[in-house]
Design a protein around this ligand. Sequence first.
Ligand code: KG4
Ligand code: ZN
Length: 337
Amino acid sequence: MKDVKDIYVFAIESSCDETSCSIVKNGKEEIATVVLSQIDIHKDFGGVVPEIASRHHVKNITIVIEECLTKANMTMEEMDAIAVTYGPGLIGSLLVGVEAAKTLAYLYQKPLIPVHHISGHIYANNLKEELKFPLIALVVSGGHTELIYMKDHYCFEKIGGTLDDAVGECYDKVARIIDVPYPGGPTIDKWAQLGEDTYHLPLPLNDDSYNFSFSGLKSAVINLVHNEKQRNQPIRKKDLATSFQNTVVKIISKKTMKALKDYQVKNLIIAGGVAANHGIRETLTTLCEQENITCSIPDIKYCTDNAAMIAASGYYAYCLGRVGDLDLNPKSSIILK
Ligand code: KG4
Ligand code: ZN
């Protein structure tokens, strides 16, 4: 990696329902970030509607770009590179960010840095403390549940992942079953801390692999709620939230600790929207302490989608010469490499 000093990366993230821009210095110092969330718009539909999301990105993107520069009191000329999430995500949403980034790169003659969304979530940790290698990254979000082994910057080896639903998706679906508005993950998490673990739920894919499966757990919750209704029994929502969260935390922490042990790794980082979850944060922090493993979790504001994490990842991609062309196209699904 070449020796660089004070590199400013301007980044754009628009892969789902957040339009975000950020300026980060040297991959670790956040100068300014703007996040415009569409959550309130999609709430009425019980989830993100792709067509509506992309239309709002179109409406918001220039406002967010300008607001970010104003907040930083900087100009585009001062940037060293333009990073952008090019996938995975909703294709129409990604397209807006990618087109904006390409336009800026062309107009201001800056290198364009394509960034994988998951790599962004991982590098969100770099905004708190520099990543230490080798590490295992547990990526838990609305679209992903993955265990990734990294022996250095940008060396990603996926060692396991979900075979069906992502953990955040499962949280949101379970929330919907008990009438909690989208996105229900944070509410279930809050209730989980207030209830008691009284409902029995099966531990999903409780095997020796590093893979996960959450659709069975979701079905178990649906069946449980259905059966209680048939018996005219009220659902104790807080207890159900606790039982559900304990089941999720148990399987995630079991497989994560196994990966750390098998790969003889002493650094764990947790990333993605579900890294905001209290159960996951507290359990893995405690288990890591017991095993002398450093556990790093981003501040809550960097857990959910934001462009600061894309800028942080983009900085390392830039230093490694991973520059994209102006014919870059977004991709709804891409392998992290
Ligand atoms: O990373 P993210 O912002 O978007 C994706 O890339 O998917 O993650 C959003 C997901 C949603 O499913 C949301 O319900 C979940 O993260 N989430 C949580 C919590 N905060 C956000 N799930 C459980 N507990 C939380 N505290
Ligand atoms: Zn995300």
